[in-house]
Write a protein that binds this ligand. Structure first.
Ligand SMILES: Cc1cc2nc3c(=O)[nH]c(=O)nc-3n(C[C@H](O)[C@H](O)[C@H](O)COP(=O)(O)O)c2cc1C
Length: 306
């Protein structure tokens, strides 16, 4: 069998180093239980490290996080010994009811005050995002921060210029020609949603109204490398949205900009997004200009217990 040594991502390759304080280790085996990389194993009541097993240490840090003695140190793959920090006391965490209240009161906000988002709040959102799970550690998710109305407007201008150039692509004739290749569903979405969306963005822009990024004072674009799971940016963006809500900020995910970044090398170059990046997601933030008085009950497409 081929010998695996770590999992390569855009940022790292090879394995992280696991050091176990053999004197302090009681051989309880909890670290072995949680290790899925899977270099840790128990033998003769002691934990051993064999980096040739499966992937070797991928630097997830779970062994060090679970060890009752605190006697495991993992270093490498962007993990440092001092990244193992005390757990917040359980009482300081949100219970389900609190989390549910936060989630229920979140709306996609498209009306913002002109007030900028404080740098401290931006940092808190990013700190929350950094706790998100990822397909393979360390995360390859990068965030482009457009801090300030002018920067978001410059982005919107670039996105709209690109949309204007490709608008013909969504015309009924182009859609009819493309249908055998891209399928009925994509053509329907192009015709019913994307085409009219671009038209209204452009019309409103000409009137001096921003219907693309809604005059937001802050935007973040979440994207990732070809090595990672394609949904990593969405998971990160979801954390950002929830964190923003907890800070009293409104937010809205915007799906279209990612297509612009995907198909426009000019835009990627302008913002330093690597060409091979996967499809990302833009999120806008700001202080809400409207107050929602009710929550909305929603239903999933299906819930099937198999
Ligand atoms: C992946 C994704 C892409 C979205 N793209 C847009 C968008 O381009 N423009 C927009 O106004 N809202 C966008 N939204 C927000 C949705 O329209 C919104 O979530 C939906 O209408 C439900 O409203 P709520 O978030 O207030 O529950 C997007 C949401 C998601 C999850």
């Amino acid at each position: 069998m081929e010998e695996y040594k770590g999992i390569t991502t855009a940022r790292v390759s090879g394995v992280a180093t696991v050091t176990i304080d053999e004197v302090a280790c009681t051989g309880c085996g909890l670290c072995v239980t949680v290790c899925r990389g899977a270099p840790l194993y128990l033998e003769s009541g002691k934990v051993h490290v064999d980096q040739a097993r499966l992937y070797g240490c991928i630097g997830c840090g779970q062994c060090a996080a679970v060890c009752p003695q605190g006697c495991i140190m993992v270093e490498g793959r962007d993990l440092h010994p001092d990244d193992l920090i005390p757990l917040p006391p359980p009482a300081s965490g949100a219970a389900y009811d609190q989390l549910s209240a936060l989630l229920l009161s979140r709306r996609s906000v498209r009306d913002f005050r002109s007030r900028p988002v404080a740098r401290e709040d931006i940092d808190r959102v990013l700190a929350a995002v950094s706790t998100a799970p990822m397909g393979i550690p360390p995360t390859d998710v990068s965030v482009l921060v457009f801090d300030g109305f002018d920067k978001v407007q410059a982005l919107a201008g670039g996105l709209l210029a690109f949309m204007q150039r490709i608008r013909w692509f969504l015309s009924p004739t182009a859609c009819a020609l493309m249908r055998p290749f891209i399928g009925k569903e994509a053509v329907t979405t192009f015709r019913e949603f994307l085409g009219p969306a671009i038209d209204v963005f452009l019309e409103k822009r000409a009137e001096g109204v921003d219907w693309l990024t809604y005059g937001a004072p802050l935007a973040m674009y979440f994207y990732t490398s070809p090595f990672s799971d394609p949904v990593d940016p969405l998971v990160a963006a979801t954390y950002a949205v929830v964190a923003a809500q907890s800070l009293g900020l409104g937010s809205c995910m915007l799906g279209l900009p990612a297509y612009c970044f995907r198909y426009s090398k000019h835009l990627r170059d302008q913002y330093g997004i690597p060409d091979k990046s996967q499809h990302g997601i833009l999120v806008i933030f700001g202080h809400p200009a409207v107050t929602y008085r009710r929550a909305i009950r929603r239903r999933l497409a299906a819930v099937t217990f198999v």
